[in-house]
Design a protein around this ligand. Structure first.
Ligand SMILES: *Cc1c(COP(=O)(O)O)cnc(C)c1O
Length: 508
């Protein structure tokens, strides 16, 4: 259909003839009725939360109601049918927030952060323009830093998770190391012939390696330092590796101390890593994606001695704070080096949005809410801090400490039962809320096969879903307790069922 001309000239009279005024087609999306729509989804949300405690975790098979699996719709179904279809999606949703889901280090949002996500989606706007959500983003970052025991004055940025947070921290470390060689790596790239190294234990999360790849250092630039029987980086091995590299002219980019390894929940001796790194003039990064929040507990804080002496830190609110997936945070001591590493540079399209002084601004669009857009790989981003703010407002420091200590007690409970049971074996004393144990079959039966079978049966047949890892070459059952909905019942059932399935396999 060719557009109708709005006006034309009458060839006879040469008069301008105005056609009837342009009426644009109506917006097809519903742009109001938010509360009503939420209320109509609410029963499905409540049923999900109430029901997901029950039953095993069968594989997802799209049912007859499964919406959105066909072809791209030519005509939309409208809001009402979309709410209906969303309700079905909720019912069949991912159940990582079920109390028996104990796998990896992940869980869903509790109520207040979930609500905060909804609020931010409706009223949040952009994080780089000034509005209420960004004000609470600033305070939630400050609160997080305080909970984690970081020095006052550190600057934080929210990210999509630990992967990006590690990338930002190591990007700042790379910038700092190359600047000391007289090279602005963010501006001109890496100097050919200069080799950089990141030091981390063999239990380092692979996102460290990926960050090294993205930063142009290469995955091979990550030195894998062996660990002791508690999963902590071996300090003399770290010292030796840094010394040997220095002799070869390899530039130390960062020494990583892991505050809670993903496999075993081990916390490196941070103060020793700091001492060694300082002797070699290296940046120190603390990967606390999972465990750093446990420093809020007075009972556990001795594990984190020296944490305030590092240069950068990450922590994932979407892990132990259960804010819902998509929220990590990075903190740095030197804001300027992070900014030099990640600044976008001047842009005409941001011209006029730089008033530091609120009084000088004519509107909220005349100001930036922070320097986040220049301290990250994201310009547009949701105001993630509101979900962190919501949980910290709801439960406070005491609530965080209570949650962490309860979960650590769960891990110790499993450890105690595994230690005292004749057919279970504790593979590593838990330091945080991850615990690695296994069933020990009679001689002649492959223990790895039995434990893989136990894991498979737990996930297939029961409402319990731990994951696994390898400890010292042995397959381990590996529950991780971070889920606010998990209770003592899941803890007891996990051990009992592991024994039962092991016995059935072994014919005991
Ligand atoms: C989970 C985790 C990461 C990665 O975080 P994502 O949020 O999954 O991207 C990095 N380091 C450690 C120690 C982790 O446990």
């Amino acid at each position: 259909m060719s557009p109708r001309p709005l006006a034309s000239v009458d060839p006879a009279t040469t008069e301008l003839r105005v056609e009837r005024p342009f009426t644009p087609p109506p917006e097809p999306a519903e742009i109001a009725r938010v509360g009503e729509a939420l209320a109509r989804l609410a029963p499905a949300l409540d049923a999900f939360v109430a029901g997901h405690a029950l039953g095993p975790f069968p594989p997802y098979v799209p049912g007859p109601h499964a919406p959105g699996t066909g072809a791209l719709p030519d005509d939309g179904v409208g809001l009402d049918a979309t709410i209906e279809e969303l309700s079905h999606l909720v019912a069949d949703g991912g159940r990582i927030s079920a109390p028996g889901f104990l796998g990896f280090i992940t869980t869903g949002a509790s109520t207040a952060p979930a609500l905060a996500h909804a609020a931010a989606a409706v009223a949040g706007g952009q994080r780089y323009l000034v509005h209420a959500f960004n004000a609470v983003e600033h305070s939630s970052l400050r609160w997080l830093a305080e909970l984690c025991g970081l020095p006052s004055g550190v600057v934080g940025v929210y990210t999509s998770g630990g992967s990006t947070a590690n990338l930002l921290a190591l990007g700042a470390a790379r910038q700092s190391a190359f600047e000391r060689l007289g090279v602005d790596a963010a501006e001109v790239g890496l100097s050919p012939g200069v080799r950089g190294r990141i030091y981390a234990s063999s239990l380092a999360h692979r996102t460290i390696h990926r960050a090294a790849a993205v930063l142009g250092l290469g995955r091979e630039a990550v030195a894998s330092i062996p660990v002791d029987t508690d999963g902590r980086i071996l300090l003399d091995e770290l010292e030796a590796a840094m010394r040997e590299d220095a002799a070869e002219g390899i530039v130390p980019i960062a020494a990583v101390a892991i505050a809670g390894t993903t496999d075993t929940g081990s916390v490196d001796s941070i103060s020793d890593v700091v001492d060694i790194a300082r002797r070699h003039d290296s940046w120190v990064h603390v990967d606390g994606a999972y465990g750093l929040i446990a420093n809020a507990s007075p009972e556990l804080s001795r594990l984190f001695d020296g944490v305030d002496a590092a240069d950068s830190w990450i922590v994932d609110p979407h892990k132990w704070l259960a804010t819902g997936v998509g929220i990590g945070a990075v903190f740095v001591r030197d804001e300027e080096v992070l900014t030099r590493a990640f600044a976008e540079g001047d842009a005409a399209y941001l011209e006029g949005s730089f008033h530091e002084d609120t009084a000088a601004a004519g509107s909220q669009f005349d100001m930036l809410a922070g320097r986040w857009a220049d301290q990250s790989v994201e310009l547009s981003a949701p105001p993630r801090g509101v979900a962190v703010w919501a949980i910290l407002r709801e439960i406070g420091r005491a609530g965080v400490v209570a949650r962490v200590e309860r979960h650590v007690a769960f891990a110790r409970e499993v450890a105690g039962r595994a230690r005292s049971h004749p057919r279970l074996e504790l593979l590593m004393e838990p330091q945080l809320s991850v615990v690695c144990f296994r069933y020990v079959p009679p001689a002649g039966i492959d223990a790895d096969v039995v434990n893989r079978t136990i894991l498979d049966r737990l996930r297939r047949e029961t409402p319990l879903a731990p994951s696994s890892t390898i400890v010292d070459g042995r397959v381990a059952l590996r529950p991780c307790f971070i889920n606010p909905r998990t209770t003592e019942r899941e803890v007891a059932d996990l051990v009992d069922l592991a024994v039962r399935f092991g016995d059935e396999f072994a014919g005991a």
